[in-house]
Design a protein around this ligand. Structure first.
Ligand code: DON
Length: 591
C-alpha cells in the first residue's frame, strides 16, 4: 500500500490474489484533496523506500519514534543529498500516553579548533569554496541524536531501526529519475565524469566530482551516467551502518567510524578531532509552546529558530482577521509579510545556541510582545532597515529533508535533518561511505557585517569552539485538546519557518483541506534581502500591482519548501498523509 494510484493500477493487472490486494490498497489509499487516508500509522518522507522502512517498523510493533529513527537512517542511503549520518537536525515528539511533547537537538557543533574568522580571506570576506570539503563540516550530530531519541522514547531494539538502512545500502535500490539526474549533475560536466576538471579540483570544488571518495561512492563502476532504475549500492556505508547497528551510536563517536572520520579530517584539512567526537552531545530541550486560535503549537527551541519564529508570527497574525480576506488577498499577504519581516529580525538579533547566548524565549513568544509588534504594522511595507538599531551595509557584488510520522496510539514525530546544502560539503569520508555536512556556513561568517543582500553579522551566532550554529529548521506538531492535528516541517534554508507558517495558516486559519494546505503557493520574506518571494508564476497581475503599490519589492518563480505533512481528522481520527508534490520522489506509506 505504498505506491499510490499507479502502483494500484499495476497490481490490478496481476493474478486474482494481486487483484484482491490491489482492491484493498485502493480502498485504503483513496487519494483525494485531503491526501492519502490511513487509519493507523503513517510515514511521509521525501523518498519512498525510506517511508516504507518506517511503515514496516510500525507494522513490526515499533512506535512513531522508532519509525522516525529508522526512516532517517534509510534516507541517509536512499536520499543522499540530504538524508545523512554526517549532518544534524531536530525532532519534536508527542507522546500520547503521557500527553507530553519532547524535543531533541542534534545540531552539529563547531570543532574545538574553530574560530569566528576561520573562513575569511585577506579581503575580509569568506574565501571561495569555503563551503566544500572537510573544513566546512561541523561535528555530526545525527547518529547521537537518533540514539538519544531511541533510548528515551523508542520501543524496538536499536538494531531493528538501523538494519533496514544497512540492507538498502548493501543490496542497493533502484535510483529514481530524480536521483539519477541529481547524481549526474554532481558527477558529470557535459556528459563527462570530471574528477580533476578545472572547476572540480579537490577541496576547491563544490560538486561531488571534486572528491575521489565521493566519485567512488556515487558513480557507477563503469563511470557512465545514471539511468533511472539502475541500482545504487554503497558498500562502505553499509559497513558503517552495520557497525552502528551492532555496537550502538557510541560506535560513531568513539569506535572505528570515529577513527576513520578523525583520520580523514587530519588528511584533508578538517578540524573535527576524536576529542570533538567524544565530546559531542545531543540534547533534550524544552519545547517552544504557543497557542493559535485555541490550538497548541509545539516547536523546536534554539539553536533552531523555527519554533520561536513560528510562534511569534502566529501570535502577530492572530491579531488580524485573515480569514475574512482569504489566503492570497493582498491584505493577507501584506500582514503575513510584515509578520515574517519581524520574525526574521528577531532571528538575526536574538536567537543562537542557548548554551552560549541568553535567548529571551519567554518574551519573544509572548502575546504581549506580539501586540507590540502588531501595532508597528501599518498598511504599507515597513522598510527592513527601520527595524535595525545598527547600520545595515549595502550589498556588494538547498538541502534538508523533513519527515512526519504517527502511529496507531497517536504518538507523533516531526523530524527535520540536514547536511546543509545538497550533498553537504560534497566530501564522502573515505572508508566510511557517508557525506560530511557543510553546516559551519550557518554561523554568521563575517563578524559585524549585516548587509541588504541577507548576510547577517550579528554577534549571537558567530563561530565559537563547540557552539551550535543557528538553524531555520521548524519541525512542528499542533494539538487540539491533547490530540494531534498536524505534524509538519520542511527543508529550504531560511524559507523553512515561512513554509511551515503557510501550511499552518492554510489548514487552521483558512481551513483548507490537508492536501490543499500543502499544495497552495507560498511566500517568503526574511527581513533582508527586503523583498517578497512569491512561489511560482500564477500570481494575478492585480495582486502583484496591489502589493507593489504598498511598497513591496516582489520576486516571482521557483518552488518553496517540501513540507511532508500529516493531518488528523478530529472527528474520524483518520490520518491524512500528505507528501509534498514539489519534489517527485516523496511518498506517504501507512496502513
Ligand atoms: O539548518 C538550517 O537552517 C539549514 N542548514 C537548512 C538548509 C536547508 O534547508 C537547505 N535546503 N533545502
Amino acid at each position: 500500500m505504498d505506491t499510490g494510484w499507479r502502483g494500484v493500477m499495476r497490481g490490478m493487472g496481476r493474478v486474482s490474489g494481486g487483484l484482491v490486494l490491489a482492491l484493498i490498497a485502493l480502498l485504503a489509499l483513496i487519494s483525494d484533496a485531503r491526501g492519502q487516508i490511513f487509519s493507523k500509522h503513517v510515514v511521509v518522507s521525501q523518498e519512498g523506500h525510506a517511508s516504507d522502512v518506517g511503515r514496516d517498523v510500525m507494522r513490526n510493533g515499533g512506535n512513531a519514534f522508532d519509525a522516525a529513527v529508522a526512516t532517517a537512517f534509510a534516507l541517509a542511503v536512499t536520499h543522499p543529498s540530504a538524508g545523512n549520518l554526517g549532518g544534524g537536525g531536530f525532532l519534536v515528539a508527542y507522546r500520547a500516553e503521557s500527553r507530553e511533547v519532547l524535543t531533541f537537538d542534534f545540531r552539529e557543533m563547531a570543532p574545538q579548533a574553530a574560530d569566528s574568522k576561520m573562513y575569511l580571506g585577506p579581503n575580509g570576506l569568506p574565501v571561495p569554496h569555503h563551503r566544500a570539503g572537510a573544513k566546512a563540516a561541523g561535528v555530526p550530530g545525527t547518529v547521537r541524536g537518533l540514539g538519544l531519541i531511541h533510548a528515551r522514547i523508542g520501543k524496538l531494539p536499536w538494531p531493528d531501526l538501523v538494519r533496514p538502512a544497512a540492507r538498502l545500502a548493501r543490496e542497493g535500490f533502484p535510483v529514481s529519475e530524480t536521483l539519477a539526474k541529481s547524481l549526474n549533475q554532481q558527477l558529470f560536466s557535459k556528459g563527462r565524469l570530471e574528477p580533476g576538471g578545472k572547476d572540480d579540483l579537490g577541496p576547491g570544488s563544490d560538486r561531488l566530482a571534486g572528491f575521489p571518495e565521493s566519485i567512488e561512492a556515487f558513480a557507477k563502476p563503469d563511470r557512465t551516467p545514471w539511468q533511472a532504475g539502475e541500482r545504487l549500492t554503497q558498500r562502505d556505508l553499509a559497513d558503517t551502518l552495520d557497525r552502528i547497528a551492532n555496537e550502538g551510536p557510541d560506535e560513531f563517536y568513539k569506535g572505528r567510524t570515529a577513527q576513520i572520520l578523525a583520520s580523514y579530517m587530519t588528511e584533508h584539512g578538517g578540524l573535527v578531532t576524536l576529542d570533538d567526537l567524544k565530546a559531542y552531545r545531543a540534547r533534550e530541550r524544552a519545547p517552544i509552546h504557543s497557542t493559535f486560535r485555541g490550538f497548541d503549537v509545539y516547536g523546536m527551541g534554539p539553536p533552531a529558530s523555527g519554533g520561536i519564529l513560528l510562534a511569534e508570527m502566529l501570535n502577530i497574525l492572530e491579531r488580524f482577521d485573515l480569514k475574512a480576506d482569504g489566503p492570497q488577498a493582498p491584505q493577507t499577504l501584506q500582514r503575513v509579510t510584515e509578520a515574517m519581516r519581524r520574525g526574521f529580525f528577531t532571528r538575526a538579533t536574538e536567537i543562537a545556541d542557548p548554551d552560549f547566548v541568553n535567548v529571551p524565549v519567554a518574551k519573544l513568544i509572548s502575546k504581549a510582545y506580539a501586540d507590540e509588534l502588531a501595532r508597528s504594522i501599518t498598511d504599507r511595507a515597513t522598510p527592513s532597515a527601520e527595524l535595525a538599531p545598527f547600520p545595515v551595509l549595502s550589498a556588494e557584488g538547498s538541502d534538508t529533508t523533513h519527515l512526519s510520522t504517527i502511529d496507531g496510539d497517536g504518538n507523533a514525530a516531526s523530524l527535520t535533518y540536514t547536511l546543509e546544502e545538497g550533498y553537504g560539503s560534497k566530501a564522502v569520508v573515505a572508508g566510511a561511505g557517508f557525506l560530511l555536512n557543510n553546516e559551519m556556513g550557518d554561523f554568521n561568517l563575517v563578524p559585524g557585517r549585516t548587509d541588504s543582500r541577507g548576510r547577517i553579522g550579528t554577534p549571537a551566532n558567530l563561530i565559537e569552539p563547540r557552539k551550535r550554529m543557528l538553524s531555520s529548521q521548524t519541525p512542528t506538531i499542533i494539538l487540539k485538546e491533547g490530540q494531534v492535528r498536524l505534524v509538519t516541517g520542511s527543508p529550504g534554508g531560511r524559507t523553512i519557518p515561512n513554509t511551515v507558517l503557510w501550511v499552518v495558516l492554510n489548514n487552521l486559519e483558512f481551513q483548507l483541506e490537508p492536501r490543499e494546505s500543502v499544495d497552495a503557493v507560498r511566500t517568503h520574506h526574511a527581513w533582508f534581502p527586503d523583498l517578497v518571494a512569491l512561489e511560482g508564476n500564477t500570481w494575478p497581475v492585480a495582486t502583484r500591482a496591489a502589493l507593489e503599490k504598498l511598497g513591496y519589492r516582489l520576486r516571482l518563480g521557483g518552488i518553496q519548501g517540501d513540507a511532508h505533512t500529516i493531518a488528523v481528522d478530529p472527528t474520524t481520527g483518520r490520518r491524512h498523509g500528505v507528501a509534498d508534490r514539489r519534489r517527485e520522489t516523496s511518498r506517504a506509506s501507512g496502513d
